[in-house]
Design a protein around this ligand. Structure first.
Ligand SMILES: Cc1ncc(COP(=O)(O)O)c(C=O)c1O
Length: 355
């Protein structure tokens, strides 16, 4: 068995792969592959509707919030959000907590003014700034709830009277938070929700339609809402995989149940990092992510040997991002706790052999 700790695209439930694989051959017993299925068919429209309904249910969204399945990945949202929400002379507030946040800042500057209200760039994004003030007139505050590369995660979501926008790409549906507190949430699907090729946008209708800018049709959220995420050909297969994964999550008991498991997985791995004298975590303890666990070895010269040791035991995807080094174990929803048990056992054994 392979233990997949990849940061994304990443592990999905086995039963999702099995059902998706069967549907590549014959979708809904039609004899047609899902890959050759028209998006304007009743069968696919049912898939899209179920995916949207499941997301609304799992996030307990209120009636103001709409769910969209769009193309272009989270990176397209870096520009689509300010294009829809920010006029040229208006200001958006940003928290600069990682490379993805930084990219979002750069894109927003194309459309309006940006005020960076806090930054942890000075220490290679290894912590989350504690105190910052958001200007009253800021059109919105943008946060990245989980910083995938560095392994930091807001444990409590900053409270602000400004509309709140979040890049939730790497921790969406992993923990119980009040999703209605956000005016806009976006996420690439390829970590906790499904296959690469589709992104999720959850948006409150109340914040749309206020900019004076002319928005190209494909970029205007209102058009996608009106057409039920079928303004043009949606990424049919990617949406289908999302629907299967959301069904799986509901069957597990929803976000609350998966959060319990995610807490156990993260606690187990951090406990071993803290106990084992060969390893150390790379971020401030209070800001540790439960999705992406970053760690290094006290003696960096041992890192290639440890990587080979775990790779030989079928551990995949734990090499750290080049900007942090060391290791990063991603513990997304579909990763079973048994994979974390295997990794921590290997860390213990490696410690013994290194003595
Ligand atoms: C927090 C975060 N935001 C944005 C992105 C970019 O996502 P995409 O490749 O879907 O554009 C990533 C990718 O890993 C991410 O982790």
């Amino acid at each position: 068995m392979v233990h997949n700790f990849n940061a994304g695209p990443s592990i999905l439930p086995k039963e999702v792969f099995e059902e998706a694989a069967a549907s590549v051959l014959s979708f809904n017993d039609t004899g047609l592959s899902i890959l050759e299925f028209g998006h304007r068919t009743a069968a696919f429209e049912a898939v899209m509707q179920e995916a949207r309904a499941l997301l609304k249910e799992l996030m307990s969204l209120d009636a103001h919030h709409e769910v969209l399945f769009l193309h272009g990945g989270a990176s397209t949202q870096f520009m689509q959000v300010p294009m829809n929400l920010l006029d040229v002379k208006e200001t958006a507030a940003f928290t600069d907590t990682g490379v993805w946040a930084y990219k979002a800042i750069k894109e927003a500057k194309i459309f309006g003014k940006v005020e960076v209200v806090c930054s942890s760039r000075d220490k290679n994004y290894s912590y989350l700034p504690a105190d910052f003030a958001v200007p009253n007139d800021a059109k919105y505050l943008h946060i990245t709830t989980n910083n995938t590369i560095y392994g930091t995660q807001w444990q409590t979501i900053p409270v602000t009277s400004n509309p709140l926008v979040a890049d939730m790409s790497s921790d969406i549906l992993s923990r119980t938070i009040d999703f209605n507190a956000f005016d806009l949430i976006y996420a690439g699907a390829q970590k906790n929700i499904g296959a690469a090729g589709v992104s999720i946008v959850v948006v409150s209708k109340n914040i749309l339609g206020k900019t004076k800018r002319i928005i190209p049709a494909m970029m205007d959220y209102r058009n996608h809402i009106k057409e039920g995420s079928m303004l043009n050909t949606p990424p049919v297969f990617a949406v289908y995989v999302c629907m299967l994964t959301l069904r799986w999550l509901k069957k597990q008991g929803g976000v609350q149940a998966i959060e319990k498991l995610n807490n156990e997985k993260a606690a187990m791995l951090y406990a071993e990092i803290d106990r084992n004298h060969l390893f150390k975590g790379t971020v401030a303890t209070k800001d540790r992510s439960k999705m992406n666990v970053c760690f290094v070895m006290n003696d960096p010269a041992l890192e290639p040997a440890f990587l080979k040791y775990v790779s030989d035991a079928n551990i995949v995807g734990i090499k750290g991002h080049r900007s942090v080094g060391g290791f990063r174990a991603s513990l997304y929803n579909a990763l079973p706790i048994s994979s974390v048990e295997v990794l921590t056992a290997l860390m213990k054994n490696f410690e013994k052999t290194a003595d």
